[in-house]
Write a protein that binds this ligand. Structure first.
Ligand SMILES: [Zn+2]
Length: 380
């Protein structure tokens, strides 16, 4: 009997506890706790909930974020920042949008996607739970991540500031040298990449020295570059022309280069890591051709990504922004390569912009984003 009255008391208590909730926000689920764990490369984010909830994964641009909106959610607890990343989760926060809608942002240490998301019904131990499983994407997927999160192989970008030393490159009427602008830009890009730590960045030159074109390509090879970016500033006779453009190797130039390379005797040199010395010339040609086509495709993917980021950030683009040419630095068959003409020193306005550090920082941030998005998008 005593047990029965205790049970009744409990039921009354639960009803009383539930009443204020119902009056404040009807059918609004309340977050009562959050748990994060990592297992075999999957990071699990669990929200304890007072009742079932609906949710939408929101598409957005930042590859490091997962955003989920809840149309009817109450999240009363204050969230403490994570002391250290757990799995690939660096941090998380939520904010209120319009009435009752909460937006949860999960910030990862590398490009991330939702592997699974599902709602679990209550059992005798727990209430409703929303389970969000996160996994790394793109190049970051290959190596399993441990708790220190330093072990995954970072993709490598080699940035090549054009000219240098005795070779000033283009010179504006007021005496601004191309070599100085591109060197500064390269340093800013590297600083931003190093800061976010997702991509390893190597410069072909970090000071005002002359480096021959062949040597620049060698540096790219020695660094095991996954992407090679040459930075330049242009001049033309028409002072009205301005804007950024991106060059990738033209198919015509690349076919010619492939033929030229294939005709050379020492073919094992051409594609690093693949010994072609015992292959017939036909096999060699086909292999080089395939690898070069793949590099061209990847170069174009990067070019498009860059154009998107730069137009978001600065809106300074040349007509037909993506162009094709046969520059020497673009001719490494197995490394996706682009050459960026960041603008025209022959245009007075653009010259003024390029010598301002704030503008170079804007450009550099757009390029850094394009590089990170490119690696998130493409696999090894
Ligand atoms: Zn140049």
């Amino acid at each position: 009997m005593e047990r029965f009255s205790n049970l009744l008391l409990c039921i009354v208590c639960i009803m009383l506890l539930e009443m204020p909730i119902r009056t404040v926000a009807q059918e609004c689920s309340i977050v009562t706790g959050v748990r994060i764990s990592d297992h075999n490369g999957t990071t699990r984010f669990v929200m304890d909930l007072s009742s079932a909830t609906t949710f939408n994964i929101i598409k957005q641009n930042n590859p490091l974020h997962v955003i989920i909106e809840f149309p009817n959610l109450n999240w009363p607890t204050n969230i403490n920042k994570l002391q250290r990343p757990i799995g690939i989760l660096r941090d998380y926060y939520h904010k209120s949008l319009q009435l009752g809608t909460k937006r949860l942002t999960l910030k990862a240490i590398c490009p991330v996607s939702v592997k699974k998301i599902f709602l679990l019904s209550p059992n005798i131990w727990t209430n409703y739970r929303l389970v969000i499983d996160l996994k790394p994407v793109g190049s970051f997927q290959s190596k399993s991540l441990n708790h220190k999160n330093t072990d995954f192989k970072k993709p490598i970008v080699v940035i090549d500031p054009g000219h240098g030393g005795i070779d000033p490159g283009a010179i504006s009427i007021s005496g601004v040298n191309e070599k100085n602008i591109v060197l500064s830009l390269a340093h800013i890009i590297k600083a931003h990449l190093d800061k976010s730590g997702l991509v390893k960045c190597v410069l072909t030159r970090d000071r005002d020295v002359f480096i021959p074109l062949r040597k620049r390509i060698e540096i790219g090879r020695e660094a095991n570059a996954d992407l090679f970016i040459s930075l330049h500033v242009d001049t033309v006779a028409n002072p009205k022309i301005r804007g950024l453009s991106v060059y990738t190797l033209s198919q015509k130039a690349s076919d010619k280069e492939t033929q030229h390379l294939a005709d050379k005797e020492n073919k094992s040199d051409i594609v690093s890591g693949i010994d072609l010395s015992n292959e017939s010339s036909e096999v060699t040609n086909v292999l080089i051709d395939l690898i070069q086509r793949e590099s061209l495709n990847l170069s174009s993917i990067f070019a498009h990504q860059l154009i998107k980021e730069v137009s978001n950030e600065t809106h300074q683009l040349l007509q037909n922004t993506h162009r094709f040419a046969g520059f020497a630095v673009l001719k490494t068959p197995d490394i996706p390569s682009v050459l960026i003409e960041t603008g025209y020193l022959s245009n007075a306005d653009e010259e003024q912009m390029l010598i301002r550090k704030e503008y170079r920082v804007k450009l550099a941030i757009a390029m850094k984003r394009a590089i990170e998005h490119y690696f998130a998008q493409t696999k090894n």
